[in-house]
Write a protein that binds this ligand. Structure first.
Ligand SMILES: [Cu+2]
Length: 157
């Protein structure tokens, strides 16, 4: 397909002589330089108390940039926080990194979501809706199934 572009460039050659066209590298492949997040393997073991529950999931990042999980909200609980486990104790953290081309794994014995001030006690078979907020990416809504109190995922690392 021919356009008038060539003629215009020749005619404007003197004026546009210094124009460098090297800055267009990122326009063709959107996504490769941003985080591309998806959530898998989400579950909540049915809690043993009616005040607090834990949730686990894996956030996969297929993109070329890291992101951070910064906060979580849910219909189930007034407060949802992100915890890390250090030895026997757990502590709240303000953000967890989702590495570029990698994944953030929240699992039993490691980092997890903590639901406090529950509006009701979730039972096996229910689904808990939650929303994950990130530094850069759009929020992701997750439907997290409630499993038995002793459920262990068969997949994972
Ligand atoms: Cu915790």
């Amino acid at each position: 397909m021919r356009t008038a572009g060539v003629a215009v460039l020749v005619a404007g050659g003197i004026v546009a002589g210094g124009l460098a066209l090297t800055g267009c590298g990122s326009s063709g492949s959107s996504g490769s330089s941003a985080a591309e997040l998806s959530v898998k393997a989400a579950y909540m073991p049915q809690p043993v108390t009616d005040s607090m529950a834990a949730g686990y999931l894996v956030i996969e990042n297929k993109g070329g940039a890291a992101d951070e999980l910064t906060s979580v909200t849910s219909d189930l609980a007034q407060d949802v926080t992100v915890h890390e486990t250090a030895g026997q104790a757990m502590k709240q953290v303000s953000a967890l990194k989702v590495p570029a081309g990698g994944e953030l794994v929240l699992r039993s014995g490691g980092s997890h979501l903590m639901f406090e001030n529950l509006k009701h006690k979730p039972k096996e078979g229910e689904t808990v809706s939650l929303r994950l907020n990130f530094t850069k990416s759009k929020a992701i809504t997750v439907e997290m199934p409630v499993k038995s109190a002793t459920y262990q995922p068969t997949t994972g690392h």
